[in-house]
Unconditional design. Structure first.
Length: 246
């Protein structure tokens, strides 16, 4: 990759939930993503930050929806990306999100001629297809590890944190899931986490097998699965994929 970001995500604010699912899915596959809620910080100059992201990305992902078509701000991003597509051969990755070919033909016929995916395929499947494209179909991809960050490791079920101070009691992710109600929210990885947030992390750890085996016995694993199910994360349900929850 010759630029800092693999993918710039262009979307309407009203479609942020699905855009966020895509961003999380792409990051899970090791892709570097310019996504406004992640890239924009307090005090940032909005236009300067967006322009920097547009210039610094290899691909432009367009989450095309009726709202996207109607907004002026998304039109600005699209104008830049389309010009880069023509002049610099930047690849555009359209995702049709509640729009069809006729609607796009009437709005921007140049876009309707680019092979697109549909949001009904699901964020997880779309992320995998984009990752395969970026990684050129290689069966093994070297992804930068995140385990240097103990807070990230904790959320994968791969380590412990101390409670409240450096001499506090150590606890792991699965112990946190059993804390009493008055212990929530738990501040982890730069933000407060509700019990549901923690159980989503548990669901991901169990689903992807990322946890350390010694920290979760078979009995405790079933207990965690039951707790996850109580909060809407049923790991035994066919086609369950925790990635869709962010």
């Amino acid at each position: 990759m010759s630029k800092p970001y693999h993918v710039f995500i262009s979307y309407a604010t009203e479609d942020e939930q699905f855009a966020s699912e895509l961003a999380n899915g792409l990051k899970w596959y090791g892709l570097s993503v310019w996504f406004a809620p992640i890239a924009l910080k307090i005090g940032s100059r909005l236009l300067d930050s967006i322009n920097a992201g547009l210039i610094a990305s290899e691909y432009g992902l367009l989450l095309l929806s009726p709202t996207y078509i109607s907004k002026k701000w998304t039109s600005y991003e699209l104008d830049v990306l389309h010009r880069q597509h023509i002049e610099e051969n930047k690849r555009l990755l359209p995702i049709w999100h509640g729009v069809g070919k006729t609607q796009l033909d009437n709005w921007n016929p140049g876009l309707s001629g680019i092979i697109a995916l549909r949001s009904t395929d699901g964020a997880s499947a779309i992320s995998k297809k984009i990752a395969d494209l970026v990684y050129q179909g290689c069966p093994v991809v070297g992804v930068n590890p995140s385990y240097e960050d103990p807070q990230w490791r904790f959320l994968q079920g791969r380590g412990e944190l101390y409670a409240n101070h450096s001499d506090g009691s150590a606890f792991n992710l699965f112990e946190a899931a059993l804390f009493p109600d008055n212990h929530f929210p738990i501040y982890v990885h730069e933000r407060p986490h509700s019990r549901k947030d923690i159980l989503l992390a548990v669901a991901k750890a169990v689903f992807y097998g990322s946890y350390e085996k010694l920290s979760l016995s078979d009995e405790k694993r079933e207990q965690m699965k039951a707790l996850c199910k109580d909060f809407g994360f049923d790991l035994d349900q066919p086609n369950f994929d925790p990635a869709i929850y962010g």
